[in-house]
Design a protein around this ligand. Sequence first.
Ligand code: AMP
Ligand code: GLY
Length: 424
Amino acid sequence: MKVLLVGGGGREHALAWALTGSGLLSKLWVAPGNAGISDIADCVAIGAEDVPALVAFATAQAVDLVVAGPEAPLTLGLADACAAAGLRCFGPSAAAARLEGSKTFTREVTSAAGVPGAEWAQFTEAAAARAYIRQKGAPIVVKADGLAAGKGVVVAATVEEAEQAVTEIMEDRVHGAAGASILIEECLLGQEISFFALCDGETALPMAAAQDHKRVGDGDVGPNTGGMGAYSPPPAFTPALEAEVMDSIIRPTLKEMAKRGTPFRGVLFAGLMLTEAGPKLIEYNVRFGDPECQVLMLRLQSDLLAALLAACDGELDRFTLRWSAEAAMVVVMAARGYPGAYAKGSVIEGLEQAAQVPGAQLFHAGTARNEQGDLVAQGGRVLGVAASGATLAAARDAAYAAVDAVRWPEGFCRRDIGWRALGH
Ligand code: AMP
Ligand code: GLY
């Protein structure tokens, strides 16, 4: 089978790596890919958001499957354009991708489906939002409704901080148009878990859970990032909790989406809070997490391509997924300054030595080759240094041994990935 994978980050390197392990694969293109992906697949110079060019390429090459990595092409209608061109696409329609694109839409769907989540209210006027905040008290969460590059959420410890967030989001429009409408939510307390379910519109198959580390600094301090490291499985997420999440969160959502005429096909990524009152939904994403995908792919034993095809073809009710009992961890190496401003072009060495650490697997994110052929940093998150191990501690030791073999003075990483399970 011929496959076009869309995207060029660490998640897509992990997906490409898993796809090349499939006996069904005959040819893999990745648009636009990165330096690491180009070692295992053909990279095509088409941007991940250039939907017409992606569909034209897939049509010209008669690909059997288009796989969307990031959410942007999906919210722009990649799956719809593929369907119109007679192409199979793994990923939801633009209408179903609103589960990630609009927080208000998600809360409407999940409230209708009876999914446990934070108490919430929507506001388009700052004065009404401030009155609600004063009535509810702190801690309280203020969110811009639209996509705000993961930055539109303020978990406010005081009423003043929450009111300030309303001013910045609604009146100063620090996130632009995404601040025209805001949500105010009850603050949920507990451990955060990323949980993934494969969906074909009707059937949802549990994949696995991972725990991400969103803050830039050790001890979970500093600004939010796309994710500085992850591990799977998180011990706090027991099989009983997984069953509860499938029954109370994932399946009711899938049913409600089908009822609305916008069935969800693809991977549903539930951001969960494990509260004292049970697991509650924080948010949905309509794609694999990055860097969560890297550890999921290390643990997946089934053929990924066969699984994605079953999701596209409505055959998940006859499909089973097998997972390794081993643990996996990924440590993200980022350019100094990230998530703020950072320099591009610094040379990265030592990857061959890192790859020789037993159990290690390197996934590239923002990498490229310069004119001399050196590997250089080209983005904020640059490398995902991953490893499997019989235990989480063994996976961590291998991942950090590989990190220590990388020679890149202009990069940094967190040293405490996995601390909730392993201690500092
Ligand atoms: P989101 O953009 O919705 O993923 O939110 C970003 C982060 O804010 C989440 O990963 C949580 O850590 C936090 N967060 C969002 N909503 C809530 C909530 N209702 N209660 C507590 N924390 C929240
Ligand atoms: N790592 C979190 C995300 O992919 O949204």
